[in-house]
Each structure stands twice: as structure tokens, then as C-alpha cells.
Design a protein around this ligand. Structure first.
Ligand SMILES: Nc1nc2c(ncn2[C@@H]2O[C@H](COP(=O)(O)OP(=O)(O)OP(=O)(O)O)[C@@H](O)[C@H]2O)c(=O)[nH]1
Length: 314
């Protein structure tokens, strides 16, 4: 995930002030310990349904928390949010793969109970990761012996060499402690340009999100040629059984003459825009992507309320 930083400026097209920190954070833990609740609290708003709606990004990003200088990108870990097959996934190492790429890991445990087998499995899957790990002892508000419980959980990490911290809190109620956790995570992120525009949320559909990535790439490449911003939309998204994501998208211009500029001589410009967008999508979706991009002319789309609505500008 990290290698794209060398190729990109900030996602909003501005160049990166060198003091920004940005990175990917995974929240793991057995079912029902409060992962979604913690994510919602970390975000400060309710954004993560316990089971994501089908149109939201299934793999990839669950939430983004940005300040002026930092951007925490909370990512999904296959298996971790699906109670039923979670155990199998931990066992076969898929989780491990997904986690090998992140900049920080949060392990949520339930302080009301001592560790169970599932907790030991989670512990095994994260013990050897190099990324800094924070053990969050959750449900402090209703735990009888929180310190003892936390000690038993951290003991499962014995032998771990990576940086490890722990905190006890109530993801539901401890606004201050959750804020402190967010700040400490952000402060420890690597120095990176932002991966997403500052205002990006995570409750947009995956289609809107992908269209936005395409639009940013188009704007970067067309900045000197086109006198105005283009619009983009995803018209079709199919996931093939082999995992390939087939995405059809459009770049919308309002004059025939602009269409040529976007396409470029021999289709070169459009090819470069598509390739750059595809690369980003592949990194974030962690899957092979086919991205087909058409340029369409909608005369006067910027004045046309109907067209604007259709393009997602309301
Ligand atoms: N008392 C108390 N309950 C909490 C706290 N945090 C979460 N819960 C409750 O614990 C239950 C599980 O919370 P979730 O956030 O859905 O847990 P999860 O780990 O995301 O669950 P899965 O999606 O099944 O993996 C819910 O009923 C929450 O309301 C807390 O700090 N205190």
C-alpha cells in the first residue's frame, strides 16, 4: 500500500507539505468485542454499519479521519468483520496478508471476560507483525476486573518484538480516551502525503469513490489544457468470480472539442489517466482492476440541474 506515495502528490492535487502523516490502520478482534463501535467513535460520527451495505466498498476503506496534518485510513481486514468465517480466515493466513501492509494495528478485546480461544487465534495472527500494535481493552464501563483481564490478553502476545501499547476504555462512552487514542495513532503514522482528499468520508458508495479517484487523475493530467473541471461517473461495476473488478466509467465534458483534449493524440492522454486511476484502485481494493473509460459529451452539463444531479453534484 505504501509504494504509491512516491508516485502521487496529495490526492486533492495539491503538493504535499512535508509534515503530513498518513497511513493505514486495521482494527482486529474477535466478534462482538466492539470493533465497529470503536471505529465509529474514532471517526466521531456513525459511519460503519456492522455489516457494510452491498454498495459500500467491501474490501478496502471503512473510514477516514483527517486533520490538517494527519490522515488515518481505517481498512477492512477480510474475516475480521465476518463472525462466521472469521476463525477459518485467521487460520489460513489471509488476515495475516491483509495486515502485513498496514501502518498500525488495533486489537480490540472485551475486558469483561478473560481471553477465549478466538482471542488466542487473533493474538497469534498479529504477534509477529512489525506495525505498532495497540491493545484496546474495551467495555471498561461494565468490566469487573479490567486490569487482570488486560494482563491476560497482553500475555498472549508474549514474544512479540514490535512496538506494543495498551489502553482501557469504553468505546461507547469515553470520548476523551478515544480522542487520545486517535491522536496517538496519528502521531505515530509515517510521514506521507495524504492518500485521500481531506474531505473524503467513507460513507460514499464505492462507485462514487472510484469516480472521484478517476476525476482526480483526470484533473492532474488535464490541468493545463482544460479550462474547467471535468465530471466523472462509474456506470458499471462487476466483480468476476476470479476477483477481477471490472469497472466502466465515463469522463464527462461539455464540448465536442474538449473530448479530443481528454483523449489526446492516439488516445495517449486518456490511456495515462486510466492507467493512473486503475493503479490507485488496485492498491485500495487489493484486487486486479479492469477500468474502461469513455469520454462523453453532455453539452452544458454544468448548467443543467438534472445532469448535475446525475453526476453526483447536488
Ligand atoms: N457496555 C459497553 N458495550 C459496548 C462497548 N462497545 C461496544 N459495546 C457493545 O458491544 C456490542 C458489539 O459491538 P460491535 O461494535 O458491533 O462489535 P464488533 O466487534 O464490531 O462486532 P462484529 O461486527 O460482530 O465483529 C454492541 O452491542 C455494542 O453496543 C462499550 O464500551 N461498553
Amino acid at each position: 500500500m505504501k509504494d504509491i506515495t512516491s508516485q502521487y502528490q496529495n490526492a486533492d492535487g495539491t503538493s504535499a507539505p512535508l509534515n503530513t502523516r498518513s497511513g493505514f490502520v486495521a482494527i482486529v478482534g474477535k466478534p462482538n468485542v466492539g470493533k465497529s463501535t470503536l471505529l465509529n467513535s474514532l471517526m466521531g460520527v456513525k459511519i460503519a454499519p456492522t455489516s457494510p451495505r452491498p454498495q459500500t466498498t467491501r474490501k478496502g476503506v471503512r473510514g477516514i479521519a483527517s486533520t490538517d496534518e494527519t490522515q488515518l485510513v481505517f481498512v477492512d481486514t477480510p474475516g475480521v468483520h465476518r463472525p462466521k468465517d472469521a476463525l477459518g480466515k485467521y487460520m489460513n493466513g489471509e488476515v495475516q496478508n491483509a495486515l502485513s501492509d498496514v501502518d498500525a494495528v488495533i486489537w480490540v478485546v472485551d475486558l469483561r471476560h478473560p481471553p477465549a480461544d478466538e482471542d488466542s487465534m487473533v493474538a497469534r495472527s498479529i504477534r509477529d507483525l512489525r506495525a505498532p500494535l495497540t491493545v484496546v481493552g474495551n467495555k471498561l464501563d461494565v468490566a469487573k476486573y479490567p486490569e487482570e483481564a488486560l494482563r491476560l490478553y497482553t500475555a498472549l502476545l508474549e514474544g512479540r518484538t514490535g512496538e506494543t501499547a495498551s489502553v482501557m476504555l469504553s468505546a461507547q462512552n469515553d470520548v476523551t480516551k478515544v480522542a487520545a487514542l486517535r491522536e496517538s495513532l496519528a502521531a505515530n503514522l509515517p510521514e506521507n502525503p495524504f492518500f485521500f482528499p481531506r474531505g473524503a468520508a467513507s460513507d460514499q458508495s464505492r462507485e462514487q469513490w472510484a469516480a472521484e479517484i478517476l476525476r482526480e487523475e483526470a484533473m492532474k493530467k488535464l490541468r493545463d489544457e482544460l479550462p474547467y473541471a471535468v465530471a466523472t461517473r462509474v456506470t458499471d461495476w462487476t466483480e468476476r468470480p476470479d476477483g477481477l473488478q471490472r469497472i466502466e466509467a465515463e469522463i464527462v465534458v461539455d464540448r465536442q472539442s474538449h473530448k479530443g483534449m481528454v483523449i489526446g493524440a492516439g488516445g495517449k492522454q486518456l490511456g495515462a489517466i486510466g492507467a493512473a486511476a486503475r493503479k490507485q484502485l488496485e492498491v485500495f481494493l487489493n484486487a486486479k482492476v479492469f477500468l474502461g473509460v469513455q469520454v462523453v459529451v453532455i453539452p452544458g452539463w454544468r448548467e443543467d440541474t438534472e445532469a448535475l444531479r446525475e453526476l453526483g453534484y447536488e
